[in-house]
Design a protein around this ligand. Structure first.
Ligand code: GRF
Length: 188
């Protein structure tokens, strides 16, 4: 399958997916990386793997809809079959969802349906849960609410700082996201 990865920040999940493909653990190709923050480290990670990275700066578009239309143009141009959101920090519109029905995956750093939205690791940490985790799910219009594809549980240890917990969750993200993509592709 031909993938696109959408990222806003560090792109460590992008790297994990690109590495899984490189290692032959995931039969897919990342045709393009789309990023919206000019200094996103995801761009460098894409370059490292020889993947074209295209900046679509949301500040250049007058609405969420206009931004999504520009993204759809690129996805069509690269014949993308499955869209992978990996730290994409923009709320999407129905236009993007309709252009790729059940073909957009996202990863969220909590055990959904708990702790939706932003700062979810901090929310879980402050709540005092003893187990949290991460979830790969289908993208839906309502944030962090689409069908769950795969989850990993992560313990919160008594001596954990927020940063410790964040790291432990990211380790699991990097394991389950490539696996979830492979499993999902096998059902298509
Ligand atoms: C991840 O924690 C993911 O769950 C959330 O954004 C973060 C992206 O990290 N949606 P990275 O850019 O892949 O390093």
């Amino acid at each position: 399958k031909v993938l696109a990865v959408l990222a806003s920040g560090s792109g460590s999940n992008l790297e994990a997916i690109a590495q899984a493909i490189h290692d032959g653990k995931l039969q897919a190709k990342i045709a393009v990386v789309i990023y919206n923050e000019p200094d996103a480290f995801a761009r460098q990670r894409a370059e490292k793997f020889g993947i074209p990275a295209i900046l679509v700066n949301h500040r250049d578009y007058k609405s969420r809809k206009a931004l999504d239309l520009a993204i759809i143009d690129i996805l069509k141009q690269y014949h993308v079959e499955l869209v992978i959101m990996a730290g994409w920090m923009r709320i999407v519109t129905q236009i993007l969802i309709d252009a790729f029905p059940e073909r957009i995956l996202n990863i969220h750093p909590s055990l959904l349906p708990s702790f939706k939205g932003i700062h979810s690791i901090e929310q879980a940490f402050n709540y005092g849960v003893k187990i949290t985790g991460c979830t790969v799910h289908l993208l839906s219009l309502e944030v962090d609410s689409g069908k769950i594809i795969k989850q990993a549980a992560v313990p919160v240890l008594p001596e954990d700082s927020l940063a410790d917990l964040q790291k432990r969750i990211q380790v699991q993200e990097h394991i389950i996201y490539p696996e979830a993509i492979a499993e999902y592709i096998s059902t298509l």
